[in-house]
Design a protein around this ligand. Sequence first.
Ligand SMILES: Nc1nc2c(ncn2[C@@H]2O[C@H](COP(=O)(O)OP(=O)(O)O)[C@@H](O)[C@H]2O)c(=O)[nH]1
Ligand SMILES: [Mg+2]
Length: 290
Amino acid sequence: MKKSFGARLKALFGIHTFDESFFENLEDALIEGDLGAKTAMAVSDEIRKLAKSAKPTNTRDLQLLMKDLLKSKVRAWQPPVVKGNTNVFLILGVNGVGKTTTIAKLAARYKQDGYAVMMAAADTFRAAAIDQLELHAERVGCRIVKHIQGADPGAVIFDALQSATAKKDELVLADTAGRMHNKENLLRELQKIDKVVKGRVDQQYYHKLLVIDATTGQNGLSQTELFNQAIGIDALILTKYDSAAKGGSIVQIYEKLHIPVAFVGTGERYDDIHPFDSDEFLDTLVGLSD
Ligand SMILES: Nc1nc2c(ncn2[C@@H]2O[C@H](COP(=O)(O)OP(=O)(O)O)[C@@H](O)[C@H]2O)c(=O)[nH]1
Ligand SMILES: [Mg+2]
């Protein structure tokens, strides 16, 4: 299991004073924490400077310093869901990151909060994907609009939005494919879906949420760049945060693309989803809370 960043810091501090090798090791620890080489270097450089003036004398001081430094590099933001309107969350991400599971969790959460929720099965690539979503809709007790496998996802979304308007659903959670015969096909398909939604839903009620898996580390950035370039991403959902991985990739994503984090997934149960809390996230990342 990957040692937590905080544990590494503590170990580091035990061996070294703030000498060159300390900062080199710190940089390595940051890279292993998925902050990315560039961010890791910038952070360790800043800490080098700060350490000169602030003179931390123990690990906790250093952790607090680091937290302070990282504060401007993460942002929490939850998309608003406006009652009495049809709001749309388009849930995006590569295969296996947890899109369908996240939709089930969000459906349960917003239903509990009193919203009329509906699911749209626009991952038509595999029949199993539609069945999986339908099972969740039954369990959560919400409506679902689906077509058959291989159907045009844009048409599924079109029908879903029409039905949502007619039945006064307030939140449409749209599942999408994470894999197709090739990447270009997938991105083109997502652009088509995006156009369909934009044509029917006002921008303030439409949010594109990219799911990234905390355990895939650095890939989070390249995935976000890809989807963001294709259709624009409003916020991230970080899944599998219950694993050993602490999701440092969201720091480099925010640094590079200024995309905030909306929710964090912490398991497979319906209530294992939480609004992202940047303070809590940073405490865990630098090891202040373990
Ligand atoms: N531990 C854990 N597993 C998750 C989480 N979110 C999703 N999963 C699991 O990840 C796997 C893929 O999820 P799925 O929703 O089918 O991914 P999709 O391909 O993006 O739709 C499933 O086994 C889920 O149970 C999470 O927050 N924590
Ligand atoms: Mg799925």
